[in-house]
Design a protein around this ligand. Structure first.
Ligand SMILES: C[S@@+](CC[C@H](N)C(=O)[O-])C[C@H]1O[C@@H](n2cnc3c(N)ncnc32)[C@H](O)[C@@H]1O
Length: 257
């Protein structure tokens, strides 16, 4: 089911990867010079990752995975885009960081990279590409060792609702055609997205056997990605003055018993 939609998405992410690698938005040169691509929320919430076997789901072309490796994690990233994984491997080679990358659909991660991870991480624009949030949560649980931790930072469905997307999940994906979000993107590609309200994500993780340790909502995003946001403080895009704050991001920390 959904093979056609997923294949369309995969092709779109190959196109996007080629644009993203050359973008100011991702700033690969800055990363190679030592900058971290991690944002303030995950930096504050992940804690010390040194020595941890870490799995990064939907790692794109590896900047966050490699930034986590720079903090001492033994990092593995998975993504379904061959262009993204090829670029991630190239960056790992150039930086000599302790990171490995595997090409697979996120649902195939347990069969591809196995389980026993101390920490599973995913962030910023990952789950909207997935049709089945229950299956995704079972992947997270299957990849963790008992006692292992899960951490995610995601765009809030309220932010998507501001741009006119439905808040609640429908099995029928939204088909969009758009340029990517980096400043240099030109190619318009079709994509399929599924919304996942917060309750569905939390319930899926609980049903997969995880214990929710925290759920935080943030009235800002590090990206100017929803309508009418204003950078009120450096790196924090809120709704414009005069509009009531709404959650733009959420983070979840969970553990496997
Ligand atoms: C917006 S990016 C993730 C954000 C990441 N924090 C970043 O900006 O580097 C979304 C990633 O999900 C990947 N992806 C989408 N659907 C996927 C699937 N079914 N299985 C594996 N990866 C998928 C895409 O290839 C892309 O690299």
């Amino acid at each position: 089911m959904y093979e056609t939609e997923i294949e369309t998405n995969r092709r779109a992410w190959d196109v996007r990867t080629r644009e993203h690698v050359a973008s100011r938005f991702y700033d690969v040169d800055g990363f190679l010079a030592g900058n971290s691509s991690l944002r303030e929320i995950e930096r504050a919430e992940l804690g010390d990752v040194a020595g941890l076997r870490l799995l990064h789901l939907q790692c794109h072309f590896g900047l966050d995975t490699l930034s986590l490796a720079r903090l001492g994690a033994q990092a593995t990233g998975v993504d379904f885009s061959p262009a993204a994984i090829a670029q991630a491997n190239e960056l790992a080679r150039r930086t000599q960081l302790a990171a490995e990358f595997a090409l697979c659909d996120v649902y195939a991660a347990p069969g591809t990279v196995g389980g026993g991870f101390d920490l599973v991480f995913t962030s910023y624009g990952a789950i909207e590409w997935l049709p089945d949030i229950g299956r995704w949560a079972r992947v997270v649980a299957d990849c963790l060792r008992p006692g292992g931790r899960f951490h995610m930072v995601e765009f809030h469905p309220c932010g998507y609702a501001l741009q006119g997307d439905p808040y609640f999940h429908s099995p029928t994906p939204m088909r969009i055609e758009e340029r990517s979000y980096t400043e240099n993107a030109t190619e318009v590609v079709p994509l399929h997205v599924w919304t996942h309200p917060l309750g569905d994500v939390i319930n899926a993780l609980i049903r997969a056997g995880l214990r929710i340790e925290s759920l935080n909502e943030f009235p800002w995003s590090p990206y100017d990605c929803f309508p009418d946001l204003v950078e009120r403080e450096p790196g924090r895009f809120h709704r414009a003055a005069g509009q009531p704050d709404l959650p733009m991001l959420y983070s979840i920390a969970a553990s496997k018993g």
